[in-house]
Design a protein around this ligand. Structure first.
Ligand SMILES: *[C@@H]1O[C@H](CO)[C@@H](O)[C@H](O)[C@H]1NC(C)=O
Ligand SMILES: *[C@@H]1O[C@H](CO)[C@@H](O)[C@H](O)[C@H]1NC(C)=O
Ligand SMILES: *[C@@H]1O[C@H](CO)[C@@H](O)[C@H](O)[C@H]1NC(C)=O
Length: 576
Protein backbone atom coordinates (compact mmCIF):
# COMPACT_ATOMS: atom_id res chain seq x y z
CA UNK A 1 0.00 0.00 0.00
CA UNK A 2 2.61 2.51 1.11
CA UNK A 3 4.95 1.25 -1.58
CA UNK A 4 2.33 1.81 -4.27
CA UNK A 5 1.73 5.29 -2.97
CA UNK A 6 5.41 6.08 -3.07
CA UNK A 7 5.69 4.81 -6.60
CA UNK A 8 2.73 6.89 -7.64
CA UNK A 9 4.18 9.91 -5.93
CA UNK A 10 7.50 9.40 -7.68
CA UNK A 11 5.74 8.91 -10.98
CA UNK A 12 3.71 12.06 -10.46
CA UNK A 13 6.82 13.98 -9.52
CA UNK A 14 8.75 12.90 -12.59
CA UNK A 15 5.77 13.73 -14.77
CA UNK A 16 5.77 17.16 -13.23
CA UNK A 17 9.47 17.55 -13.78
CA UNK A 18 9.11 16.99 -17.46
CA UNK A 19 5.75 18.52 -18.20
CA UNK A 20 5.62 21.77 -16.31
CA UNK A 21 7.49 24.97 -16.88
CA UNK A 22 7.47 27.71 -14.31
CA UNK A 23 7.16 31.11 -15.81
CA UNK A 24 9.92 32.99 -14.00
CA UNK A 25 10.03 36.75 -13.95
CA UNK A 26 13.03 39.02 -13.66
CA UNK A 27 12.65 42.36 -11.89
CA UNK A 28 11.98 45.53 -13.88
CA UNK A 29 15.01 47.06 -15.56
CA UNK A 30 16.45 49.78 -13.34
CA UNK A 31 19.26 50.88 -15.62
CA UNK A 32 18.70 53.63 -18.14
CA UNK A 33 17.59 52.31 -21.54
CA UNK A 34 16.34 53.67 -24.85
CA UNK A 35 12.65 54.54 -24.46
CA UNK A 36 10.10 52.24 -26.02
CA UNK A 37 8.12 53.68 -28.91
CA UNK A 38 4.32 53.68 -29.05
CA UNK A 39 3.14 51.35 -31.82
CA UNK A 40 -0.64 51.45 -31.71
CA UNK A 41 -3.75 49.81 -30.35
CA UNK A 42 -3.92 46.05 -31.02
CA UNK A 43 -6.50 43.39 -30.40
CA UNK A 44 -6.05 40.96 -27.55
CA UNK A 45 -7.82 37.62 -27.28
CA UNK A 46 -7.31 33.99 -26.51
CA UNK A 47 -4.55 32.90 -26.74
CA UNK A 48 -3.08 36.17 -25.52
CA UNK A 49 -1.44 38.45 -28.06
CA UNK A 50 1.48 38.92 -25.63
CA UNK A 51 2.06 35.79 -23.59
CA UNK A 52 3.93 37.08 -20.54
CA UNK A 53 1.66 38.55 -17.88
CA UNK A 54 3.26 40.76 -15.25
CA UNK A 55 2.69 39.90 -11.61
CA UNK A 56 2.80 43.56 -10.66
CA UNK A 57 -0.49 44.82 -9.32
CA UNK A 58 -2.57 46.68 -11.89
CA UNK A 59 -3.61 49.13 -9.20
CA UNK A 60 -0.60 51.43 -9.68
CA UNK A 61 0.27 50.54 -13.25
CA UNK A 62 1.91 53.10 -15.51
CA UNK A 63 3.45 52.84 -18.97
CA UNK A 64 6.91 53.25 -17.42
CA UNK A 65 6.40 50.41 -14.94
CA UNK A 66 5.20 47.97 -17.58
CA UNK A 67 7.87 48.88 -20.10
CA UNK A 68 10.60 48.48 -17.47
CA UNK A 69 9.42 44.99 -16.61
CA UNK A 70 9.33 43.93 -20.26
CA UNK A 71 12.81 45.39 -20.73
CA UNK A 72 14.08 43.50 -17.68
CA UNK A 73 12.73 40.27 -19.14
CA UNK A 74 14.20 40.76 -22.59
CA UNK A 75 10.92 41.28 -24.43
CA UNK A 76 10.54 43.52 -27.43
CA UNK A 77 6.92 44.52 -26.85
CA UNK A 78 5.05 45.83 -23.81
CA UNK A 79 1.27 46.05 -23.80
CA UNK A 80 -1.18 47.65 -21.38
CA UNK A 81 -4.83 46.66 -21.16
CA UNK A 82 -7.94 47.44 -19.16
CA UNK A 83 -6.71 50.21 -16.81
CA UNK A 84 -3.42 48.51 -15.91
CA UNK A 85 -2.88 44.87 -16.86
CA UNK A 86 0.69 44.62 -18.13
CA UNK A 87 1.83 42.09 -20.73
CA UNK A 88 5.08 41.47 -22.58
CA UNK A 89 5.81 39.51 -25.74
CA UNK A 90 8.39 38.88 -28.44
CA UNK A 91 5.94 39.27 -31.34
CA UNK A 92 2.59 40.86 -31.92
CA UNK A 93 0.49 38.85 -34.26
CA UNK A 94 -2.98 40.31 -34.07
CA UNK A 95 -4.91 42.97 -35.96
CA UNK A 96 -4.40 46.65 -35.26
CA UNK A 97 -7.51 48.40 -33.97
CA UNK A 98 -8.84 51.89 -34.23
CA UNK A 99 -7.03 54.11 -31.75
CA UNK A 100 -10.40 54.96 -30.21
CA UNK A 101 -10.69 51.44 -28.81
CA UNK A 102 -7.69 52.05 -26.55
CA UNK A 103 -9.45 54.55 -24.37
CA UNK A 104 -8.97 53.59 -20.72
CA UNK A 105 -6.76 55.62 -18.37
CA UNK A 106 -3.95 53.91 -16.44
CA UNK A 107 -4.62 53.30 -12.74
CA UNK A 108 -1.18 54.62 -11.83
CA UNK A 109 -1.32 57.79 -13.96
CA UNK A 110 -4.63 58.80 -15.42
CA UNK A 111 -3.07 61.01 -18.08
CA UNK A 112 -1.74 57.85 -19.76
CA UNK A 113 -3.74 55.33 -21.77
CA UNK A 114 -3.85 51.68 -20.70
CA UNK A 115 -5.61 49.93 -23.59
CA UNK A 116 -9.27 48.98 -23.57
CA UNK A 117 -11.48 45.95 -23.33
CA UNK A 118 -9.50 43.23 -25.12
CA UNK A 119 -7.38 45.98 -26.58
CA UNK A 120 -3.68 46.56 -25.91
CA UNK A 121 -1.73 49.81 -26.07
CA UNK A 122 1.53 48.46 -27.45
CA UNK A 123 5.01 49.90 -27.00
CA UNK A 124 8.08 48.63 -28.79
CA UNK A 125 11.74 48.46 -27.78
CA UNK A 126 13.59 50.08 -30.70
CA UNK A 127 16.86 48.24 -30.05
CA UNK A 128 16.00 44.97 -31.77
CA UNK A 129 17.69 44.52 -35.13
CA UNK A 130 15.41 42.08 -36.92
CA UNK A 131 11.76 41.21 -37.09
CA UNK A 132 11.01 37.52 -36.39
CA UNK A 133 9.48 37.20 -39.86
CA UNK A 134 12.95 37.75 -41.30
CA UNK A 135 14.61 35.10 -39.15
CA UNK A 136 14.92 31.50 -40.33
CA UNK A 137 15.44 28.48 -38.19
CA UNK A 138 18.92 28.32 -39.72
CA UNK A 139 19.65 31.52 -37.78
CA UNK A 140 19.43 29.61 -34.50
CA UNK A 141 22.94 28.50 -33.58
CA UNK A 142 23.55 25.66 -31.15
CA UNK A 143 25.16 26.81 -27.88
CA UNK A 144 25.75 23.39 -26.35
CA UNK A 145 24.31 21.40 -23.49
CA UNK A 146 22.87 23.31 -20.52
CA UNK A 147 21.23 22.57 -17.19
CA UNK A 148 17.53 23.05 -16.72
CA UNK A 149 15.48 23.45 -13.57
CA UNK A 150 18.02 25.08 -11.26
CA UNK A 151 17.12 26.45 -7.82
CA UNK A 152 15.05 29.20 -9.46
CA UNK A 153 13.06 27.01 -11.82
CA UNK A 154 13.27 26.50 -15.54
CA UNK A 155 15.99 27.84 -17.77
CA UNK A 156 13.46 28.64 -20.48
CA UNK A 157 9.92 29.27 -19.26
CA UNK A 158 7.75 28.77 -22.32
CA UNK A 159 6.84 25.21 -23.13
CA UNK A 160 5.73 24.38 -26.68
CA UNK A 161 3.37 21.56 -27.46
CA UNK A 162 4.82 19.54 -30.29
CA UNK A 163 3.69 15.98 -31.07
CA UNK A 164 6.20 13.88 -29.18
CA UNK A 165 6.55 10.84 -31.38
CA UNK A 166 7.63 12.90 -34.40
CA UNK A 167 9.62 15.46 -32.41
CA UNK A 168 12.62 17.10 -34.15
CA UNK A 169 14.77 20.14 -33.26
CA UNK A 170 13.59 21.91 -36.43
CA UNK A 171 9.98 21.80 -35.19
CA UNK A 172 11.01 23.28 -31.87
CA UNK A 173 13.10 26.05 -33.44
CA UNK A 174 10.33 26.90 -35.81
CA UNK A 175 7.78 27.04 -33.00
CA UNK A 176 9.99 29.38 -30.94
CA UNK A 177 10.75 31.45 -34.04
CA UNK A 178 7.03 31.88 -34.76
CA UNK A 179 6.61 33.50 -31.35
CA UNK A 180 9.74 35.60 -31.79
CA UNK A 181 11.76 33.94 -29.03
CA UNK A 182 15.55 34.22 -29.36
CA UNK A 183 16.25 31.17 -27.16
CA UNK A 184 15.07 27.64 -27.87
CA UNK A 185 15.92 24.37 -26.22
CA UNK A 186 15.12 20.71 -26.67
CA UNK A 187 15.03 18.32 -23.73
CA UNK A 188 14.32 14.70 -22.86
CA UNK A 189 14.11 13.69 -26.52
CA UNK A 190 10.68 15.24 -26.97
CA UNK A 191 10.26 18.56 -25.17
CA UNK A 192 10.55 22.07 -26.51
CA UNK A 193 11.08 25.28 -24.55
CA UNK A 194 11.48 28.90 -25.61
CA UNK A 195 12.52 32.07 -23.85
CA UNK A 196 13.51 35.69 -24.27
CA UNK A 197 16.14 35.43 -21.51
CA UNK A 198 17.82 32.51 -19.76
CA UNK A 199 16.82 31.65 -16.18
CA UNK A 200 19.33 32.15 -13.35
CA UNK A 201 21.80 29.32 -12.80
CA UNK A 202 21.62 28.04 -16.35
CA UNK A 203 25.07 26.56 -16.79
CA UNK A 204 26.85 24.72 -19.54
CA UNK A 205 27.67 21.09 -18.96
CA UNK A 206 29.52 18.45 -20.96
CA UNK A 207 27.98 17.61 -24.33
CA UNK A 208 27.72 13.97 -23.26
CA UNK A 209 24.96 14.90 -20.81
CA UNK A 210 22.70 15.77 -23.72
CA UNK A 211 22.41 12.19 -24.78
CA UNK A 212 18.81 11.56 -25.76
CA UNK A 213 17.96 10.99 -29.43
CA UNK A 214 15.06 13.03 -30.77
CA UNK A 215 11.91 10.93 -30.92
CA UNK A 216 11.23 11.87 -34.52
CA UNK A 217 14.82 11.72 -35.75
CA UNK A 218 17.24 9.50 -33.91
CA UNK A 219 20.18 10.97 -35.82
CA UNK A 220 19.86 14.17 -33.79
CA UNK A 221 20.18 14.85 -30.08
CA UNK A 222 17.38 16.48 -28.11
CA UNK A 223 18.83 17.21 -24.69
CA UNK A 224 18.67 14.77 -21.81
CA UNK A 225 17.00 14.47 -18.46
CA UNK A 226 16.85 18.07 -17.19
CA UNK A 227 19.42 18.92 -19.85
CA UNK A 228 18.75 21.28 -22.72
CA UNK A 229 20.31 21.42 -26.14
CA UNK A 230 20.23 25.20 -26.23
CA UNK A 231 20.01 27.41 -29.35
CA UNK A 232 20.02 31.18 -29.85
CA UNK A 233 19.01 33.43 -32.73
CA UNK A 234 21.07 36.54 -31.95
CA UNK A 235 19.04 38.52 -34.51
CA UNK A 236 16.14 38.30 -32.05
CA UNK A 237 18.06 39.70 -29.07
CA UNK A 238 18.12 43.37 -28.24
CA UNK A 239 21.34 45.11 -29.26
CA UNK A 240 21.08 47.03 -25.98
CA UNK A 241 19.72 44.67 -23.33
CA UNK A 242 19.00 45.90 -19.79
CA UNK A 243 22.32 46.93 -18.27
CA UNK A 244 23.85 47.82 -21.63
CA UNK A 245 26.31 50.67 -21.49
CA UNK A 246 26.90 52.64 -24.66
CA UNK A 247 30.49 52.13 -25.79
CA UNK A 248 32.84 55.08 -25.23
CA UNK A 249 34.74 54.22 -28.37
CA UNK A 250 32.13 54.39 -31.11
CA UNK A 251 33.98 52.06 -33.46
CA UNK A 252 33.17 48.94 -31.48
CA UNK A 253 29.90 47.28 -32.28
CA UNK A 254 29.04 44.73 -29.69
CA UNK A 255 26.49 42.03 -30.21
CA UNK A 256 24.71 41.09 -27.01
CA UNK A 257 25.73 37.80 -25.54
CA UNK A 258 23.45 35.22 -24.07
CA UNK A 259 24.25 36.17 -20.50
CA UNK A 260 24.26 39.95 -20.71
CA UNK A 261 20.46 40.08 -20.59
CA UNK A 262 20.44 38.62 -17.11
CA UNK A 263 22.25 41.53 -15.43
CA UNK A 264 20.36 44.07 -13.32
CA UNK A 265 18.64 42.26 -10.50
CA UNK A 266 18.24 44.59 -7.53
CA UNK A 267 14.90 44.58 -5.81
CA UNK A 268 13.80 48.18 -5.47
CA UNK A 269 10.81 49.07 -7.59
CA UNK A 270 11.75 52.63 -8.53
CA UNK A 271 11.27 53.25 -12.21
CA UNK A 272 14.04 55.24 -13.84
CA UNK A 273 13.25 58.74 -15.05
CA UNK A 274 14.67 58.03 -18.45
CA UNK A 275 11.69 56.07 -19.66
CA UNK A 276 9.15 58.86 -19.85
CA UNK A 277 9.34 59.82 -23.52
CA UNK A 278 7.23 56.93 -24.69
CA UNK A 279 4.80 58.93 -26.78
CA UNK A 280 6.87 59.13 -29.96
CA UNK A 281 4.70 58.17 -32.93
CA UNK A 282 5.90 55.88 -35.65
CA UNK A 283 6.14 57.54 -39.05
CA UNK A 284 3.03 57.51 -41.20
CA UNK A 285 4.88 56.85 -44.40
CA UNK A 286 3.77 54.17 -46.78
CA UNK A 287 6.55 52.15 -48.29
CA UNK A 288 6.53 48.88 -50.08
CA UNK A 289 9.69 46.92 -50.21
CA UNK A 290 10.26 43.50 -51.58
CA UNK A 291 13.33 41.51 -50.78
CA UNK A 292 14.34 38.39 -52.58
CA UNK A 293 17.78 37.30 -51.66
CA UNK A 294 19.30 34.84 -54.04
CA UNK A 295 21.53 32.10 -52.68
CA UNK A 296 25.19 32.84 -52.70
CA UNK A 297 28.02 31.70 -54.82
CA UNK A 298 30.98 29.74 -53.64
CA UNK A 299 32.76 32.80 -52.33
CA UNK A 300 29.96 34.61 -50.52
CA UNK A 301 28.19 33.59 -47.34
CA UNK A 302 25.32 31.25 -48.01
CA UNK A 303 22.91 32.13 -45.28
CA UNK A 304 19.62 31.38 -46.91
CA UNK A 305 16.79 33.89 -46.86
CA UNK A 306 13.35 33.04 -48.04
CA UNK A 307 11.22 35.26 -50.22
CA UNK A 308 9.44 37.77 -48.09
CA UNK A 309 7.47 40.85 -48.97
CA UNK A 310 7.01 43.64 -46.47
CA UNK A 311 4.30 46.22 -46.84
CA UNK A 312 4.39 49.19 -44.52
CA UNK A 313 1.28 51.24 -43.96
CA UNK A 314 1.05 53.59 -41.02
CA UNK A 315 2.17 51.69 -37.95
CA UNK A 316 1.06 48.17 -38.91
CA UNK A 317 3.21 45.91 -41.04
CA UNK A 318 2.43 42.56 -42.54
CA UNK A 319 4.93 40.11 -43.82
CA UNK A 320 4.43 36.96 -45.82
CA UNK A 321 7.02 34.28 -45.62
CA UNK A 322 7.18 30.91 -47.29
CA UNK A 323 8.60 28.52 -44.74
CA UNK A 324 11.46 26.34 -45.98
CA UNK A 325 10.61 22.75 -46.76
CA UNK A 326 12.50 20.62 -44.27
CA UNK A 327 12.21 17.49 -46.39
CA UNK A 328 12.81 17.95 -50.08
CA UNK A 329 13.97 14.42 -50.87
CA UNK A 330 13.17 11.52 -48.63
CA UNK A 331 14.81 8.13 -48.31
CA UNK A 332 13.57 6.01 -45.41
CA UNK A 333 14.24 7.85 -42.17
CA UNK A 334 16.43 10.45 -43.85
CA UNK A 335 15.53 13.78 -45.45
CA UNK A 336 17.52 16.20 -47.56
CA UNK A 337 17.11 19.64 -46.01
CA UNK A 338 15.93 22.70 -47.92
CA UNK A 339 17.74 23.71 -51.10
CA UNK A 340 17.77 27.47 -51.75
CA UNK A 341 16.09 28.67 -54.96
CA UNK A 342 18.34 29.54 -57.86
CA UNK A 343 18.34 31.49 -61.11
CA UNK A 344 21.86 31.19 -62.48
CA UNK A 345 24.31 28.50 -63.39
CA UNK A 346 26.59 29.24 -60.42
CA UNK A 347 23.79 29.07 -57.94
CA UNK A 348 22.61 25.89 -59.57
CA UNK A 349 26.06 24.38 -59.18
CA UNK A 350 25.98 25.34 -55.51
CA UNK A 351 22.81 23.26 -55.18
CA UNK A 352 24.62 20.33 -56.78
CA UNK A 353 27.57 20.75 -54.39
CA UNK A 354 25.19 20.92 -51.45
CA UNK A 355 23.53 17.77 -52.70
CA UNK A 356 26.87 15.97 -53.00
CA UNK A 357 27.69 16.81 -49.37
CA UNK A 358 24.53 14.98 -48.31
CA UNK A 359 25.06 11.61 -49.96
CA UNK A 360 26.89 10.00 -47.04
CA UNK A 361 24.29 11.17 -44.52
CA UNK A 362 21.68 9.37 -46.63
CA UNK A 363 23.56 6.06 -46.39
CA UNK A 364 24.15 6.65 -42.72
CA UNK A 365 20.64 7.58 -41.63
CA UNK A 366 18.06 6.22 -44.11
CA UNK A 367 18.07 2.76 -42.49
CA UNK A 368 18.09 -0.57 -44.34
CA UNK A 369 16.44 -1.50 -46.71
CA UNK A 370 15.43 2.06 -47.62
CA UNK A 371 19.13 2.99 -47.73
CA UNK A 372 19.43 1.06 -51.01
CA UNK A 373 17.68 4.04 -52.58
CA UNK A 374 20.54 6.36 -51.62
CA UNK A 375 22.11 5.23 -54.86
CA UNK A 376 19.18 6.95 -56.58
CA UNK A 377 19.71 10.06 -54.48
CA UNK A 378 23.36 10.15 -55.45
CA UNK A 379 22.48 9.95 -59.12
CA UNK A 380 19.75 12.60 -58.65
CA UNK A 381 22.51 14.94 -57.42
CA UNK A 382 24.24 14.17 -60.70
CA UNK A 383 21.01 15.15 -62.48
CA UNK A 384 21.11 18.57 -60.80
CA UNK A 385 24.62 19.04 -62.17
CA UNK A 386 23.38 18.00 -65.62
CA UNK A 387 20.59 20.57 -65.34
CA UNK A 388 23.12 23.27 -64.38
CA UNK A 389 25.38 22.46 -67.30
CA UNK A 390 22.63 22.17 -69.90
CA UNK A 391 19.56 24.16 -68.87
CA UNK A 392 21.33 26.95 -66.97
CA UNK A 393 24.15 27.66 -69.44
CA UNK A 394 23.55 31.25 -70.49
CA UNK A 395 19.84 30.99 -69.68
CA UNK A 396 17.78 31.75 -66.64
CA UNK A 397 16.81 28.61 -64.83
CA UNK A 398 15.21 27.71 -61.54
CA UNK A 399 15.02 25.13 -58.84
CA UNK A 400 11.42 24.52 -59.81
CA UNK A 401 12.43 23.89 -63.43
CA UNK A 402 15.06 21.44 -62.27
CA UNK A 403 12.79 19.63 -59.81
CA UNK A 404 10.04 19.39 -62.45
CA UNK A 405 12.48 17.75 -64.82
CA UNK A 406 14.26 15.58 -62.27
CA UNK A 407 11.66 14.81 -59.63
CA UNK A 408 12.91 14.51 -56.05
CA UNK A 409 11.66 11.38 -54.28
CA UNK A 410 8.85 11.65 -51.68
CA UNK A 411 9.31 15.32 -50.78
CA UNK A 412 7.03 16.79 -48.14
CA UNK A 413 4.35 19.00 -49.66
CA UNK A 414 5.40 22.66 -49.65
CA UNK A 415 4.25 24.59 -46.62
CA UNK A 416 1.68 27.32 -47.15
CA UNK A 417 2.94 30.89 -46.85
CA UNK A 418 2.41 32.46 -43.45
CA UNK A 419 1.22 36.05 -43.10
CA UNK A 420 1.86 37.92 -39.91
CA UNK A 421 0.87 41.38 -38.73
CA UNK A 422 3.06 43.32 -36.36
CA UNK A 423 3.80 46.88 -35.31
CA UNK A 424 6.24 48.30 -37.82
CA UNK A 425 9.87 48.34 -36.77
CA UNK A 426 10.87 51.68 -35.38
CA UNK A 427 13.16 53.85 -37.43
CA UNK A 428 15.86 54.36 -34.84
CA UNK A 429 17.16 50.82 -35.21
CA UNK A 430 20.73 50.43 -36.28
CA UNK A 431 20.73 47.63 -38.77
CA UNK A 432 23.92 45.92 -37.75
CA UNK A 433 22.91 42.34 -38.32
CA UNK A 434 26.00 40.33 -37.68
CA UNK A 435 25.53 36.83 -38.93
CA UNK A 436 27.12 34.45 -36.52
CA UNK A 437 27.74 31.62 -38.92
CA UNK A 438 28.90 32.05 -42.44
CA UNK A 439 29.02 29.10 -44.73
CA UNK A 440 30.27 28.52 -48.22
CA UNK A 441 29.64 25.71 -50.62
CA UNK A 442 32.90 23.86 -51.12
CA UNK A 443 33.79 21.90 -54.20
CA UNK A 444 32.74 18.29 -53.57
CA UNK A 445 36.06 16.82 -54.66
CA UNK A 446 37.30 14.29 -52.15
CA UNK A 447 40.84 14.66 -50.80
CA UNK A 448 40.71 10.95 -49.94
CA UNK A 449 41.21 8.30 -52.59
CA UNK A 450 38.94 5.39 -53.39
CA UNK A 451 41.27 2.33 -53.60
CA UNK A 452 41.39 -0.01 -56.57
CA UNK A 453 41.44 -3.78 -56.77
CA UNK A 454 41.08 -5.77 -59.99
CA UNK A 455 40.72 -8.98 -58.03
CA UNK A 456 37.85 -7.69 -55.89
CA UNK A 457 36.45 -5.50 -58.64
CA UNK A 458 36.33 -2.03 -57.14
CA UNK A 459 37.92 1.28 -57.97
CA UNK A 460 37.15 4.96 -58.50
CA UNK A 461 33.61 5.31 -59.84
CA UNK A 462 32.95 1.69 -58.89
CA UNK A 463 33.02 1.33 -55.10
CA UNK A 464 31.63 -1.87 -53.54
CA UNK A 465 27.85 -1.73 -53.64
CA UNK A 466 27.97 1.71 -55.27
CA UNK A 467 28.64 3.26 -51.85
CA UNK A 468 31.11 6.05 -52.43
CA UNK A 469 33.86 7.04 -50.05
CA UNK A 470 32.42 9.76 -47.76
CA UNK A 471 33.41 13.24 -48.83
CA UNK A 472 36.32 15.00 -47.12
CA UNK A 473 36.78 18.51 -48.44
CA UNK A 474 36.95 22.14 -47.27
CA UNK A 475 35.04 23.09 -44.14
CA UNK A 476 31.91 25.07 -45.01
CA UNK A 477 31.70 26.98 -41.70
CA UNK A 478 33.82 30.07 -41.32
CA UNK A 479 34.16 29.91 -37.54
CA UNK A 480 35.76 26.47 -37.80
CA UNK A 481 37.76 27.07 -40.93
CA UNK A 482 40.77 28.89 -39.50
CA UNK A 483 41.70 26.10 -37.09
CA UNK A 484 40.20 23.12 -38.91
CA UNK A 485 39.88 23.77 -42.63
CA UNK A 486 38.77 20.22 -43.55
CA UNK A 487 35.55 18.40 -42.89
CA UNK A 488 34.10 14.91 -43.25
CA UNK A 489 30.57 15.33 -44.58
CA UNK A 490 28.49 12.66 -42.89
CA UNK A 491 25.65 14.64 -41.29
CA UNK A 492 22.65 16.43 -42.80
CA UNK A 493 23.48 19.42 -40.57
CA UNK A 494 27.08 20.23 -41.38
CA UNK A 495 27.58 21.96 -38.02
CA UNK A 496 27.62 18.46 -36.61
CA UNK A 497 30.24 17.04 -38.98
CA UNK A 498 33.74 16.29 -37.73
CA UNK A 499 36.35 18.79 -38.86
CA UNK A 500 40.13 18.46 -39.11
CA UNK A 501 43.29 20.54 -39.17
CA UNK A 502 45.50 20.39 -42.24
CA UNK A 503 47.86 18.07 -40.38
CA UNK A 504 45.19 15.54 -39.69
CA UNK A 505 43.89 14.92 -43.20
CA UNK A 506 45.06 11.31 -42.93
CA UNK A 507 42.84 10.93 -39.86
CA UNK A 508 39.94 12.43 -41.78
CA UNK A 509 40.41 9.89 -44.56
CA UNK A 510 40.77 7.06 -42.06
CA UNK A 511 37.41 8.10 -40.60
CA UNK A 512 35.97 8.25 -44.11
CA UNK A 513 37.21 4.71 -44.84
CA UNK A 514 35.58 3.50 -41.62
CA UNK A 515 32.32 5.17 -42.44
CA UNK A 516 32.30 3.64 -45.91
CA UNK A 517 33.02 0.23 -44.39
CA UNK A 518 30.09 0.57 -41.97
CA UNK A 519 27.70 1.52 -44.74
CA UNK A 520 29.04 -1.23 -46.96
CA UNK A 521 28.22 -3.79 -44.26
CA UNK A 522 24.93 -2.23 -43.17
CA UNK A 523 23.45 -1.76 -46.60
CA UNK A 524 25.31 -3.74 -49.22
CA UNK A 525 25.99 -6.96 -47.29
CA UNK A 526 22.42 -6.89 -45.97
CA UNK A 527 21.08 -6.49 -49.48
CA UNK A 528 22.91 -9.67 -50.54
CA UNK A 529 21.10 -11.81 -47.98
CA UNK A 530 18.66 -14.33 -49.47
CA UNK A 531 15.62 -12.21 -48.57
CA UNK A 532 16.95 -9.45 -50.84
CA UNK A 533 19.59 -10.92 -53.09
CA UNK A 534 18.46 -11.57 -56.59
CA UNK A 535 21.40 -12.32 -58.85
CA UNK A 536 23.85 -10.54 -56.51
CA UNK A 537 26.82 -12.16 -54.85
CA UNK A 538 26.59 -14.10 -51.58
CA UNK A 539 26.65 -12.18 -48.30
CA UNK A 540 29.98 -13.72 -47.36
CA UNK A 541 31.53 -12.69 -50.66
CA UNK A 542 30.02 -9.19 -50.24
CA UNK A 543 31.45 -8.99 -46.73
CA UNK A 544 34.86 -10.05 -47.97
CA UNK A 545 34.86 -7.29 -50.61
CA UNK A 546 33.74 -4.61 -48.11
CA UNK A 547 36.57 -5.59 -45.79
CA UNK A 548 39.18 -5.77 -48.54
CA UNK A 549 38.13 -2.31 -49.75
CA UNK A 550 38.39 -0.95 -46.21
CA UNK A 551 41.90 -2.31 -45.69
CA UNK A 552 43.05 -0.97 -49.05
CA UNK A 553 41.40 2.34 -48.25
CA UNK A 554 43.47 2.73 -45.08
CA UNK A 555 46.68 1.93 -46.96
CA UNK A 556 45.82 4.17 -49.89
CA UNK A 557 45.11 7.09 -47.53
CA UNK A 558 47.84 6.54 -44.94
CA UNK A 559 49.62 9.69 -46.08
CA UNK A 560 47.27 12.36 -47.34
CA UNK A 561 48.90 15.60 -48.36
CA UNK A 562 46.24 18.26 -48.90
CA UNK A 563 48.70 20.34 -50.95
CA UNK A 564 47.30 23.84 -51.39
CA UNK A 565 43.67 22.86 -51.10
CA UNK A 566 41.39 24.70 -48.70
CA UNK A 567 44.11 27.26 -47.95
CA UNK A 568 41.86 30.32 -47.95
CA UNK A 569 38.31 30.68 -46.81
CA UNK A 570 35.90 30.99 -49.72
CA UNK A 571 38.46 30.29 -52.40
CA UNK A 572 36.78 26.98 -53.06
CA UNK A 573 38.93 23.99 -53.61
CA UNK A 574 41.84 24.03 -55.96
CA UNK A 575 42.31 20.82 -57.81
CA UNK A 576 45.87 19.53 -57.64
C1 LIG B 1 17.90 35.66 -10.24
O1 LIG B 1 18.72 35.92 -9.12
C2 LIG B 1 18.55 37.21 -8.56
C3 LIG B 1 19.55 37.37 -7.44
O2 LIG B 1 19.61 36.24 -6.67
C4 LIG B 1 17.11 37.42 -8.11
O3 LIG B 1 16.93 38.70 -7.60
C5 LIG B 1 16.20 37.20 -9.27
O4 LIG B 1 14.85 37.32 -8.89
C6 LIG B 1 16.44 35.84 -9.91
N1 LIG B 1 15.64 35.75 -11.09
C7 LIG B 1 14.86 34.72 -11.37
C8 LIG B 1 14.12 34.77 -12.62
O5 LIG B 1 14.77 33.75 -10.63
C1 LIG C 1 0.48 52.43 -5.06
O1 LIG C 1 1.36 53.53 -4.91
C2 LIG C 1 1.18 54.21 -3.68
C3 LIG C 1 2.05 55.46 -3.72
O2 LIG C 1 3.15 55.31 -4.57
C4 LIG C 1 1.51 53.27 -2.54
O3 LIG C 1 1.33 53.95 -1.30
C5 LIG C 1 0.62 52.06 -2.61
O4 LIG C 1 0.96 51.12 -1.62
C6 LIG C 1 0.68 51.42 -3.96
N1 LIG C 1 -0.31 50.37 -4.07
C7 LIG C 1 -0.03 49.15 -4.53
C8 LIG C 1 -1.17 48.20 -4.57
O5 LIG C 1 1.06 48.80 -4.93
C1 LIG D 1 1.88 60.89 -15.83
O1 LIG D 1 2.12 60.71 -17.25
C2 LIG D 1 2.43 61.91 -17.91
C3 LIG D 1 2.48 61.59 -19.41
O2 LIG D 1 3.30 60.47 -19.66
C4 LIG D 1 3.73 62.49 -17.37
O3 LIG D 1 4.06 63.67 -18.02
C5 LIG D 1 3.59 62.69 -15.88
O4 LIG D 1 4.83 63.11 -15.33
C6 LIG D 1 3.11 61.43 -15.18
N1 LIG D 1 2.83 61.71 -13.80
C7 LIG D 1 3.39 61.02 -12.81
C8 LIG D 1 2.96 61.39 -11.43
O5 LIG D 1 4.20 60.13 -13.00
Amino acid sequence: MTATKTILAVAALSLLQHAQATNFQYPPCLDPFQPFVYSGCFQDGSPRTLEYRSEQSSRNMTVEACVAECKGNGFRYAGLEYYGECYCGATVNSPALDEGLCNLPCNGNNTQTCGGNDALSIYQDPTFPTHPGDVDIEDYVPLGCYTDDGPNGRSLPWVRNIPQDTFTPAQCLSSCRDRGFPFAGTEYGQECYCGSVLGNYTTEVGAEECNMPCRGDASQTCGGSLRLNLYVARELLSLEPCGYEPPVDTTTTSVPTATSTTKSSSSTTKVPDTTTSSTTKVPDTTTTSSTTKAPDTTTTPSTTKFTSTTTTTSSVCTTTITPPNDCEYKVGKWCAPHFPDWEHENECLNAWKTCAKLVTSCWKYAGFPASLECLKFSSWCGDIKKYCNNDCKGKTCSKKGCFDKYKPQHPNPPKPPVTTTYPCPTTTVKTTTTKTTTTVVPEPTNICKQPTSKWHNYGPGNPVGGIELPLVTCNDIKEEFSSRPFKLYTEPDTHKCKSYSKWSCSDACKDACEEQHEECKETYVESCKPAWGSGKESPSKAHERCTAQYKDCLIENAWVDPGNRCKNWGSGLKRV
